[in-house]
Write a protein that binds this ligand. Sequence first.
Ligand code: FAD
Length: 549
Amino acid sequence: MCPSPSPSKCDGFDVQLITRDASVGGTWAASRVYAGLHINSVHDEYGFSALPMPVPPDAGKTGGRLSGDDIRGYLEQFEERFLKGRVLFRTEVVGVRREEGDVEGLPWVVNVRDIGTDHGTTLRFAKIVLCTGGTSRPKIPEQRSPSSAVKAGFCGAVIHSVDFASRRDEILSTNGSVVVVGGGKSAQDICTSLANVGRDVTLVFEKADAISAVASPLPDFMRKSRMLSVLTPYIHLRTRLELFLHTTWLGNILVHAMWDKVRADSFKFMRIPPNSPFRNTYSAFWSTHSTDEGLFRENGFHALVNSGRIKVIAPARMNGYGEGGHSVVLSTGESVNANVVILATGYTSSWDDLFDENTATDLGLYRHKPVHEPAQDEWRNYRTLANPPPAHPENSKWSSSIYKGIIPAKNLLRRDFAINGAVVSHAVPFNLEFQQNPVGQSWRTGSLHLMQDKMKLPDSPESALKQTERDSAWLRKRYPEHSFSDNEAVASFSAFFSWPQYVDDLLGDMYLPSMRSGGNWLTWPFKVISSDELATLHEEREANRRKHG
Ligand SMILES: Cc1cc2nc3c(=O)[nH]c(=O)nc-3n(C[C@H](O)[C@H](O)[C@H](O)COP(=O)(O)OP(=O)(O)OC[C@H]3O[C@@H](n4cnc5c(N)ncnc54)[C@H](O)[C@@H]3O)c2cc1C
């Protein structure tokens, strides 16, 4: 089974999808989206070639910005058409291990729990694709946790942002103030949702995500092309244009001038005042902490901040819960009234609870201390990377063990386990179709290919490991402020605005043509990239199989 209109395109696999959710969508499942939620992507950036995405009704005005509900509806339609009967819903995977010996071709033992009945079952599979969303488990610092709240006698609810939609009614039925903690898009979306129904809401954060915003919708040749990706340095520079932009004096000036302009214009278009704490952001160039705001909205986050309907305390950290049960204490020493606390404090690896230590070690999931002698700075000719912000102190300690963010290097030759959804990307069509499906959303073409087809792969786990160390050295150079040491999932690989280059690499590894959007020497950076370019992958791969065996 595969999410394809034709069973003949299923690559011969009989696929079972397992999710603890009650419906498809993962991040965009019905239980997680709420009214007013807009995502970073515009129409078609989140579509699969097998199912055209309907154009949102107000696309003329918004540039096709998608709401959480648009994505939910699209993914549910996808399931209806292509995945019926293949998904085990409300089924939590509680353990995955591989048995050796006489296993009748089904070495993977998956323990699951029915969420409704709490009944446990054991299932067996030949191969596993892990699509639990990479870093999708709530990350809650101890001093802000619900248990710390109970110890401190806090009287209200403490809720992670992942549960906001499912507990929104409970939040709305509580009188008093809501404190939202976090500088990212989830925190801002939640504040917006609450302020728009008249709630007293205060946002507390230290540093905000970078934003990009526009005065009017961008034409497709800018928004959906390779334009942004060529202005972003990648681990290798494939084209003359990228070489010029990232390794020459003039190119460097142009690249940084462009990113500076995006930053300045975005502040202007979002009407963010010069002294606002929302100007204290990560850099869109050096970081993956980035939000695409699109157009200014009168009922949007920055409008509500400017009108005082969302209060902001920044830079500040929430340090814990105050005395009396109705306040939180900040790093500034301030005490803020709180009847509900919402922690938009991010996510950590979803893999930790799934594998016992033996299985994780045997698979090679754990990040490792680099064992190969580091090459001297391989990217020293990249002028665009010459003046980085200070490096995160933990960064040099660890290397990823996941080859290209998809296969644990140690397991490379067994070809029975792949990971999808852990590579950080400014998810647009190629990545989606390549790596995702609408349940969580991960697994499609790339992983299945890895399971069976001839590929350009390193010849041994050791050389794959060496490659992961090189990739990790690149990530440290490219995103110096980030702690890729936090957990195995976040360390695996990151391509963000360079997603087209990353997918081109994977296509090349599969002996398939890359840079499919076409164009000549002058026009290629402006050609629109569409998931339609992947519609024939199945046939191309079949042809390759006949050719290469
Ligand atoms: C708040 C937020 C905002 C985002 N905004 C954007 C955006 O605007 N644009 C964009 O392109 N991307 C965005 N992303 C990234 C987004 O996560 C991806 O686009 C996409 O949803 C990832 O799909 P996935 O299948 O890899 O993981 P997910 O969507 O996270 O799905 C993982 C699935 O695995 C299930 N699961 C996890 N553990 C288990 C278990 N043990 N047993 C059973 N099931 C399990 C989950 O319940 C879920 O169904 C956002 C992510 C978050 C968290």
